[in-house]
Write a protein that binds this ligand. Structure first.
Ligand code: B12
Ligand code: SF4
Ligand code: SF4
Length: 589
């Protein structure tokens, strides 16, 4: 269905604002943090860079010296002074809904988009370390990726255009590069590969993209959050991040919330410091854009809804659902921090669209077993980036089909994602104030696209979440700020729900002495936050059937993980249990 629309989004088409990758040209290079970290051990620094690149999405990472013949003479002057080149290989996966040449072109386009995301994030991170770095990708390239990648040991060039890797991806990778003057230990060049191996790699089938079942077997149509009166709307100026920045929660909260984090990884995801080192920020102008005047006919909204969900999954969504947009879930007035900076705070919000597409992206379980700490801040930021990518790309694709669409994501949102996701059947509202999904529990980030594209809608689901919350209070007991209620639901703005003390939550995040910039303990400790295994998926499916089974499940969770879970975790430079003092943010030894 309309493969050209997808290709126009992935490559620079007729309307550049519907091609989200173009935003990243602005963050390929940027300001360098004047507060440079000291690198005493380049080997350790290389390890960090490699892990970070893999976390951003690279399958292959290699580090080599930048040679003069790698660089295009027209390259910006600063690159000539860079000493190291980090070669990145990103695997490509074909969409599940296309075949043949269209599938290959889409796979290559998505691979290029992902490769750009990896190098842009890595370059921003290095600049936040205090070193120069530039991302080179398909829209901003001035280096020879294949020469760099083969010297860095990623694989071998095959002919004028080909590159093959000695991995299960074979030749199905896209290359990109970061050049930098960060001191790094170098990799060795790859050894020659036999002609047979090259041939074998080329003959491998194109890997398919991840497919998630659209919640089969779920009891639909029985919403568990009762609506008992007229729904009240919310003013975004009362949003708690805004209140913190405005000073409503006290001077300490204000000072901490508006100052750059001590953690460089957080600084590339949250725009409290140098905006050009925050890739997501450059997507704000792409949330909306021109609509293709030649609208594609939609004879069957049900078929279009299924196709749209497949496209959203292709861009990286793990769950997708559709609801009629209820204006009660649209903020009344603009009030994000950036609106204050741009003088737009207080302007009335109008989202005239008929439908809302809710999307969830899972966060890595391994980084969410304990909280609060520097480690769970990392998937927090990445989740926002990935949900933003999905929403921006999906909205651009719908506009290319000829229908208006707007992406709502962190730092650019006019809607409440949780009620929309509940209405669209992604999961249920829980005691901890979050959406709980069947397979990933509350460990998901959300984004929404609003549109007029004719679509069939989904219905709310009953997974047994509220039934379990009625006999469980693990989040409330473990909340370090004591802001989750242990008692029954109350009615707020016409809705029966457990009501959190949101001011206390926000205050705890920012005023805590360890300088973690957020908290997600109510997500980490929740019994629904299970590791993604077949047996845990099976275990949670029984929760809606029996009260006895629910009690047994809670008992087993307490025995397996503890009533107050505090498991050790380690990632990059960070250790848990630990503190800011344990984190070597200043010196790499
Ligand atoms: C402001 C805000 C906060 C505030 C207020 C918390 C809150 N629960 O709203 C603070 C700063 C405290 C906060 C904390 C956190 N947040 Co927050 N936050 C937001 C934000 C930007 C706006 C929500 C808002 O305006 N709340 C103010 C009023 C409306 O809150 P409320 O009356 O308590 O209502 C809540 C629910 O009851 C429900 N709700 C309200 N009305 C109705 C009506 C119906 C019918 C239903 C079903 C539900 C429902 O929606 C609200 C939660 O979004 C949203 C993004 C967005 N645009 O939606 C993310 C968001 C809710 N936060 C999120 C997360 C993950 C967190 C944290 C874990 C922090 C972190 N590390 O990321 C904690 C968890 C705290 C908690 N237990 O809820 C995720 C939730 C993901 C999920 N699985 O549900 C969101 C959706 C961000 C995202 N893009 O993914 N957050
Ligand atoms: S910890 Fe228990 S009460 Fe809290 S959200 Fe999870 S299941 Fe519900
Ligand atoms: S994020 Fe932390 S402080 Fe806020 S409600 Fe959850 S556990 Fe409590």
């Amino acid at each position: 269905m309309e493969p050209e629309a997808l290709l126009r989004v992935l490559a620079t088409g007729a309307r550049p604002r519907n091609c989200p990758a173009t935003a990243w040209v602005r963050v390929a290079a940027g300001p360098v943090n004047p507060d440079r970290i000291e690198v005493r051990n380049p080997g350790r620094m290389s390890g960090y860079v490699r892990t970070a690149a893999r976390y951003f999405g690279a399958a292959l990472v290699g580090i080599t010296r930048l040679a003069p013949h790698d660089i295009d003479p027209a390259t910006p002057a600063d690159v000539h002074e860079h000493t190291a080149a980090i070669g990145i290989g990103v695997p490509i996966a074909a969409p599940a809904f296309a075949r043949g040449a269209a599938a290959r072109a889409a796979a290559v386009g998505r691979g290029d988009l992902d490769a750009a995301e990896v190098v842009v994030c890595l370059a921003c991170l290095i600049r936040e370390f205090g070193y120069r770095a530039r991302a080179h990708f398909f829209l901003s390239e001035s280096v020879d990726h294949r020469a760099i990648a083969s010297r860095a040991g990623l694989g071998w060039t095959t002919d004028a255009r080909g590159f093959v890797t000695p991995t299960r991806y074979g030749g199905w990778v896209r290359l990109a590069t970061v050049t930098t003057d960060l001191p790094l230990a170098l990799d060795v060049e790859a050894s020659p590969v036999s002609a047979l191996r090259r041939l074998a790699a080329r003959c491998r089938p194109l890997p398919r993209s991840r497919r998630h079942a659209p919640l089969p077997g779920v009891r639909r149509g029985s919403p568990t959050t009762g609506i008992v009166g007229p729904l009240g709307r919310v003013d975004q100026r009362d949003e708690h991040h805004t209140k913190a920045a405005r000073g409503d929660l006290g001077p300490l909260v204000q000072q901490r919330w508006t100052a750059p984090s001590v953690d460089p990884f957080r600084r590339i995801y949250f725009p409290e410091n140098r905006p050009q080192n925050v890739p997501m920020r450059s997507w704000r102008p792409f949330a909306e854009g021109p609509v293709n005047p030649a609208a594609a006919p939609v004879p069957d909204p049900r078929a279009m809804a299924e196709h749209m969900k497949a496209v959203a999954r292709f861009f990286g969504a793990d769950l997708v659902g559709i609801a009629e947009l209820d204006q009660a879930f649209v903020f009344t007035h603009r009030g994000l921090r950036i609106d204050y900076a741009k003088g737009a705070a207080g302007q009335p919000i109008h989202v005239p669209h008929r439908f809302a597409i809710a999307m969830a992206v899972e966060s890595e379980y391994e980084l969410y077993t304990n909280s609060p700490n520097f480690i769970n801040d990392i998937p927090h930021g990445k989740g926002y980036l990935v949900t933003a990518r999905v929403a921006v790309c999906l909205a651009a694709w719908i506009r290319e089909l000829g229908y208006p669409a707007k992406a709502h994501f962190f730092i650019n949102e006019e809607v409440l994602h949780v009620p929309i996701a509940v209405t669209a059947g992604l999961g249920e509202l829980a005691r901890n104030g979050s959406l709980i999904t069947r397979d990933w529990g509350p460990r998901v980030r959300l984004a929404t696209v609003t549109t007029d594209l004719p679509l069939a809608t989904d219905r709310p689901v009953d997974l047994g979440v509220q039934a379990l919350c009625s006999t469980c209070d693990k989040c409330a007991v473990n909340c370090p700020a004591r802001c989750i209620p242990t008692g029954p639901k109350v009615v707020v703005r016409g809705v029966e729900k457990w009501q959190l003390d949101n001011d206390r939550c926000m205050t705890y995040w920012t005023a805590n002495p360890k300088k973690f910039n957020s908290c997600a303990r109510c997500i980490a400790v929740c019994p629904w936050n299970v590791p993604p295994r077949w047996y845990t998926r099976l275990a949670v499916r029984g929760l809606r059937y029996s009260a006895l089974y629910r009690r047994l499940f809670l008992w087993a969770d307490d025995r397996a993980r503890g009533e107050k879970p505090n498991p050790p975790m380690e990632f990059l430079w960070y250790r848990v249990p630990g503190s800011a003092e344990d984190v070597q943010l200043r010196v790499v030894e």
